[in-house]
Ligand binder design. Structure first.
Ligand code: UDP
Length: 329
């Protein structure tokens, strides 16, 4: 069997590539290495069944790469809130136009399954916890909007063209290789770099806010199950993928160990994210297996991955998030 993984040099995509190779598939990785990193898939690329195609999906995708593919996993995209507010057009080009290009290539190739990496940020600040897939859609910034519009295209292609596509709305995914350089973002990278530097953790607000952190290996398993599930059960569905057990930032600090400082609360941030994962459990037969303590311990075993990551402090975070406060405050 053959799989195409867009964003296969990224955090989640590279773990998926490793797993697909281990499962015996041929894997074509599509990545422009703008935010993805060659190191993430360096080992995979030594494998004779794995090939990297350096492609910017915003401009189009080479149809030949999709020829003979059984599964397409579409994870390529631009993440993060602040840069999306500063360059919304680029986010549209990559996350929306790029998705349409991938959908068309998958349709022309007649693939058996396409699985899209959507974002739980589509729910904004939800009213119901745990939050089901039927909750109101309220993107609060261009990243969330473009990922959601991408999902709308995926489900439209499923409806109109019969493309057997599934969308996975990922909650806060964490694990080794979550981005280590560049923009201020995901809390794990920020805290692990601070730990290595002996700097205090920059805890937003009182640290009692909770997130549905889900370990990357569990997410990879969900992608695989979404590819394997019977078409009639999953085609055209959007499914939440989280651990279903929100954890506070203070708990994270406790597990990592060390000092903390408090920084201002950020506008438009939910106090809690909590996935209702009943649908994924039922339709995929999937359930998260990694406890938060075990997941954090796994991150600590790989803490060296963050040795070149920027060490943020209250002042540099205030500077990096200025446009966030300006537009959403
Ligand atoms: N967070 C924090 N300090 C930081 C960065 C994030 O305390 O330096 C908290 C943030 O308030 C949120 C959680 O960590 O509750 C996850 O933040 P992240 O930006 O990773 O994801 P999101 O807010 O998009 O869920």
């Amino acid at each position: 069997m053959k799989a195409v993984v867009t964003g296969g040099a990224g955090f989640i995509g590279s773990h998926l590539v490793d797993r697909l190779l281990a499962e015996g598939l041929d894997v074509a990785v599509l990545d422009n290495l703008e935010t993805g990193r060659r190191e993430n898939c360096a080992r995979a690329l030594e494998h004779p069944r794995c090939r990297l195609h350096e492609v910017d999906i915003a401009r189009g995708v080479p149809q030949a790469v999709f020829a003979g593919a059984d599964w397409v996993f579409h994870l390529a995209g631009l993440a993060d809130i602040v840069p999306s507010m500063e360059a919304p057009a680029r986010y549209h080009q990559v996350n929306v136009d790029g998705t349409v290009h991938v959908l068309e290539a998958a349709r022309m190739a007649g693939v058996a399954r396409l699985v899209y990496a959507a974002s739980s940020s589509c729910y904004g600040i939800p009213e119901a916890y745990p939050t089901p897939e039927t909750a109101a859609i309220r993107p609060m910034y261009p990243y969330a909007l473009t990922k959601h519009v991408g999902e709308a295209y995926v489900l439209h292609w499923a409806r109109v063209y019969g493309l057997p596509a599934v969308s996975l709305r990922l909650f806060n995914v964490y694990g080794p290789r979550s981005r280590t350089t560049g923009a201020y973002g995901a809390v794990f990278g920020v805290f692990l770099a601070q730990k290595l530097a002996g700097a205090p953790y920059t805890v937003v607000g009182d640290g009692q806010q909770r997130r549905d952190f889900v370990f990357v290996e569990d997410v990879v398993e969900a992608f695989l199950q979404a590819a394997r599930a019977p078409e009639a059960a999953v085609a055209g569905q959007a499914l939440n993928i989280g651990a279903g057990e929100p954890q506070s930032i203070n708990r994270l600090v406790e597990l990592l160990g060390g000092e903390k400082v408090h920084i201002p609360r950020r506008p438009g941030e939910p106090d809690i994210t909590h996935a209702d994962i009943a649908l994924a459990r039922r339709l995929l037969g999937w359930s998260p297996r990694t406890s938060f303590a075990d997941g954090v311990a796994a991150m600590l075993r790989h803490i060296d991955l963050w040795k070149d990551a920027p060490v943020w402090d209250a002042t540099s975070i205030a500077r990096a998030t200025a446009s966030w406060f300006k537009h959403l405050g």
